[in-house]
Design a protein around this ligand. Sequence first.
Ligand SMILES: [Ca+2]
Ligand SMILES: [Ca+2]
Ligand SMILES: [Ca+2]
Length: 363
Amino acid sequence: MVKIIFGLAVLFTSFFMFVNSPPVLAAAPDGSGPWADSVVSTNQGLTLNGQPVSSFYPLRSNPSSALGVAENDTTEGNFYSLGFGGSMVLQFDNPISNGVVLVEATNPEYPFERVQVELSDDNLIWHYAGTVVQDGYVAMPRTVSCARYVRLTDISHPANFADPDADGYDVDGVMATDGTSCGGSGVTPSPTLTGTIVPTPTDVPDDSSASSNDGGNRGAPICPDLKPGTPTLIAVSYKNSTTAVLDWTKVPGANNYMISYGLQTGNYIYGVAQTGDVTHYEVGNLAPNVKYYFIVYALNNCQPSDPTSELSSDPGPITGYGIGGAEPTVLADTGDSVTTITDVSVGTLAAISLGYLLKKRFI
Ligand SMILES: [Ca+2]
Ligand SMILES: [Ca+2]
Ligand SMILES: [Ca+2]
């Protein structure tokens, strides 16, 4: 009898160990490569029911799982769960000069988890870059031109989750989209360029049904969508001295758009990674009396279009239209100006260029 009990105990223990300890080796830091290289600090939050994440998911509590090339899968041990309100600081050996892409372990059937992204060049002064739901891109804040640190803070809404073990945003990997040109010929932010880009549309309650357009391609490592057509950037005008208003044409098959802009023609150092499925967007927090140059891309689930032609805009009077050669008559409201997220799982150019499938099944 004792042997039987012992045998059962061994069997149970073996099974328990098996299901909790799959043979996973997370990616290693890639040094001068674009991915994160070391963990500076962590402050893991709690699960929805107030328990340490490690008590339920020890394999999701190893911060080094966020280093190196994202595995881009749903394997336990390949990502770090921040916990609600939790944070982590990652350091890069390579410089960050053009924003970062986040890869999350994602389950489309699970309520969306959200993270705030900040960048720093010294781990002391932090610059808000934006927020990301699932996979996504944040542009370089205008207040910093070259960073080495990324701070991620979970800002998921607990009220959107029913699972008591919900554990916040899951960091698989973080990649600099360009780490080769720091200190180069890029525009040096002027002291007058205070404030930050606000690329994140109005926060909306998480809705897992928003990801129902997977089209049965879950798990497929390819993009099922054709490259979207190129929109036309119709007009850039000024709503006030610090807010530019962009209007462009809708592209069939696209479900999101991206705005890039900068202070010199052809040099787009700022951006709004995801406007949502709209044709009208207001870019705020611009420096007053500064001329900006804008382009727009259409996005589908995994590919960007070619960019539009560039339009520039001099800051004009509050009621001024027609800047940049645009005709006031084309600026009628489209009704799409509410910038809620309609497909938050759309990824970014960089993620797309890596061939990542942006929707995965996991929490
Ligand atoms: Ca690296
Ligand atoms: Ca999670
Ligand atoms: Ca990983």
